[in-house]
Design a protein around this ligand. Structure first.
Ligand SMILES: *Cc1c(COP(=O)(O)O)cnc(C)c1O
Length: 391
């Protein structure tokens, strides 16, 4: 390693939440209010989040995984249903189908972006009779928005529904052929989109998630599913015994997001654009630094990239990962391909099934990217990577 003037004063992880005194105050106010769980902050967070994303409706839920589960339920996933997703994602994108008894299928990725390759999805669809597959769950991986208009066309052609896993991309957008910016999760193309508020995500509430949609029927169904399948809405009751009366009309869950976490979400949402701008600025600095380092290949960028992750590919990934750890830099790997997980291998998937995803996995590393990463810390990360690849 070269003589590095800068020494970090804290370990530098690949992602990190940013909590301000305003956030703390928002939570404490709720703690002293009448509601710890289903109070006014839930609806306020839903309205503000929907407005930010540009969708009609939003439903706050316990976490991103619960969001996926409820979406799969709302779209009637069950035994005999076959759903396609990407091997390069967090396993929850696939697991939601399994929770409902459906079958998970995969298609390979585009190696330039690590997103699900819609060409590969089309080949998979064409190799089976129409009606064989029921749904598609693409992921805005690392924050790079999927071209959802193209995904929608493909789904319409083959009769599939579409859930956008937008956990990495609140505030991200792709540009449609008319030149309009289409925000991730805006409900224009996918029936449903989901977000997570896990600490490493753009908006951090500890645990928390959101579903967005433009479909009123799905919205109302999700509200019931989130709370045991129970409704109190007089218009939906089959009878009415009095003021206390409510009905459990179907099997739902307790997937509610508490009021105090919604208050934190509202406070974080105010800074969402600021955080996004900083993420893009840091990503541009990485791009510039690695443009002169041929051994380091970043994933493709785009103007609407939300930069949840900054992923590079290097020949000796394990070596770099270990060397960075010694320098107090805690990079991470996103993701171990889902189909190679023992659980999915138990369902019949094998290493070698998706060679592009597996090759990507062999070389990828997510390096530190979060709004409070300082310029000096980032330069240190760059210097350490350069020293390793040029050693
Ligand atoms: C974080 C994440 C999830 C799950 O969200 P949780 O809130 O952790 O349950 C699902 N999909 C993707 C792509 C994620 O990054």
């Amino acid at each position: 390693m070269p003589d590095l003037a800068f020494q970090p004063t804290r370990p530098i992880a690949y992602g990190r939440q940013h909590i301000t005194p305003d956030d703390v105050q928002a939570v404490t106010e709720t703690l002293y209010s009448d509601y710890l769980t289903q109070g006014p902050k839930v609806a306020e967070f839903e309205e503000k989040f929907a407005a930010y994303i540009g969708a009609k409706y939003a439903v706050a839920v316990a976490n991103g995984t619960a969001a996926l589960h409820l979406c799969a339920l709302a779209l009637s996933v069950g035994p005999g249903q076959r759903v396609i997703t990407t091997p390069i994602t967090f396993s929850a994108s696939a697991n939601c189908v399994r929770y409902c008894g459906g079958e998970v299928h995969f298609a390979d990725i585009d190696p330039e972006t690590a997103l699900l390759d819609l060409g590969a999805v089309r080949r998979l669809l064409e190799s089976h009779p129409k009606g064989y597959f029921h749904g598609l769950i693409p992921v805005d991986f690392a924050g790079l928005p999927v071209n959802l208009e193209a995904a929608r066309q493909l789904c319409d052609e083959f009769g599939l529904w579409l859930i956008e896993d937008a956990c990495h991309a609140p505030g991200g957008f792709f540009t449609d052929p008319q030149g309009r910016e289409q925000r991730c999760g805006n409900g224009q193309f996918a029936e449903l989109a989901i977000f997570s508020f896990h600490p490493v995500k753009h908006i951090a509430t500890g645990e928390g998630g959101m579903i967005t949609t433009n479909r009123r029927d799905l919205y109302e169904h999700l509200l019931r599913l989130r709370t045991h399948g129970i409704t109190k809405d007089p218009a939906q009751l089959t009878r009415n015994d009095g003021g206390w009366y409510m009905e459990m009309q179907e099997l739902g869950y307790n997937y509610r997001m508490p009021d105090m976490l919604c208050a934190l979400g509202i406070s974080q949402l105010r800074r969402a654009d600021e955080g996004l701008a900083r993420r893009r600025q840091l990503a541009a600095r990485y791009d510039a630094a690695f443009a002169t380092l041929p051994q380091v290949r970043p994933l493709a960028g785009a103007p609407g990239h939300a930069y949840h992750l900054y992923v590079i590919q290097v020949p000796d990934r394990k070596g770099l990962y270990d060397a960075l750890r010694e320098q107090q830099i805690f990079a991470q790997v996103h993701y171990i391909p889902v189909h190679t997980m023992p659980y999915y291998q138990g369902l019949g998937w094998l290493p070698g099934d998706f060679p592009l995803a597996e090759n990507y996995y062999a070389h990828c590393l997510s390096i530190p990217l979060f709004p409070t990463l300082t310029d000096e810390e980032q330069q240190y990360v760059i210097d350490c990577i350069r020293a390793f690849v040029e050693r």
